[in-house]
Design a protein around this ligand. Structure first.
Ligand code: XIL
Length: 309
């Protein structure tokens, strides 16, 4: 019954976790999430493949369960994610006409955002910037058919669907200063200059135990996005081990968590979300990436996070 992440966080900073509806049937899991977190992100339940696998047929059961549970516990929900190539069902790839793709994107965005008016933070576009040299927009995204301004289109549709909502661009490998974060910075700066309604940027931060927060210049990176007037969230934090969970490895992992949260705070970030709760529940379970072990017991990373709060 020691200190919790939620209880240790300063006002203005939510600490969150990605959750899955099925796991809430385990009362220990639900109790752990309720005790430690002030924000939850549906890990998969709101993605296109889960909510509109067939055009115009919307399936909300799993996401409803999460949103209802969170609301009952006074926990905020980060909506994740409206436009993401990786979760696009096959029928989207059949669309070859820009106008039709724009209409389908708008319909999906409106459906989700009006079904969840209580969700006021959304990852509108996820992972649009590629890892290719020069970091152009992903050519293999089905949404590219909508035209080079498909990102602006998505944000405008989202703003029209819920003018109250805070709208985010989210991506990976952009936590430090590097070519990809430079490209995202330029993209968001240009969208803002065009008056596109975008309010924040999410950095996923899927890291490993060797990651050096200082050498990567994370604080400086987050600050430059803040200087554009954007809110900054750390949205999918996990820190994998390269081998077994020895005391030394767990110490290195704790250090990365500590330094990342310290950088987040130094830059005035407003949400720090883990990509899962226990190691067992993680998409990278084999690499022990989270601050709670398979049985939900706090690891050294948990104390390290609290020390950074
Ligand atoms: C992952 C989930 O964790 C997995 O369960 C699923 O199979 C694939 O998606 N970037 C994102 C997240 O934005 O939505 C992804 O989540 C991980 C990478």
């Amino acid at each position: 019954n020691g200190p919790t992440l939620k209880g240790s966080a300063p006002p203005g900073l939510r600490v969150g976790a990605a959750v899955s509806a099925a796991l809430f049937e385990d009362p220990a899991y639900a109790a752990l999430v309720a005790r430690e977190f002030s924000s939850v992100t549906p890990e998969n339940a709101m993605k296109w493949q889960a909510t509109e696998a067939n055009e115009g047929t919307f399936v909300y059961g799993l996401a409803d369960a999460i949103v209802t549970w969170a609301t009952r516990h006074g926990i905020a929900v980060r909506g994740h994610t409206l436009i993401w190539h990786d979760s696009a069902p096959g029928w989207l790839y059949q669309i070859r006409d820009a106008a039709r793709m724009r209409q389908v994107m708008g319909a999906h965005i409106r459906a989700l955002m009006t079904h969840y008016p209580q969700v006021t933070t959304w990852d509108v576009v996820n992972e649009a910037v590629s890892d290719a040299p020069g970091h152009p927009l992903r050519a293999n995204s089905p949404f590219a058919v909508a035209g080079p301004d498909y990102i602006a289109h998505a944000f405008r549709e989202a703003h029209a669907a819920n003018p109250q909502a805070r709208l985010y661009y989210n991506d990976y490998s952009a936590d430090g200063i590097n070519g990809k974060s430079d490209a995202i910075y330029a993209l968001l700066r240009d969208l803002l200059a065009q008056g596109v309604p975008i309010h924040g940027v999410g950095f996923q931060a899927h890291l490993d135990e060797t990651y050096d927060v200082t050498a990567s210049r994370v604080t400086e990176n987050l600050r430059r996005f803040r200087a554009l007037g954007l809110d900054v969230h750390l949205t999918e934090v996990d820190v994998t081990l390269r081998g077994p969970p020895t005391p030394d490895a767990l110490k290195r992992q704790a250090r990365v968590y500590h330094d990342l949260l310290t950088a987040c705070r130094a830059a005035g970030c407003s949400n720090f979300t883990l990509w899962g709760v226990t190691d067992l529940s993680s998409w990278r379970a084999a690499a022990y990436p989270l601050p709670f072990d398979d049985d939900g017991r706090p690891k050294p990373a948990h104390a390290a996070l609290i020390a950074a709060l």
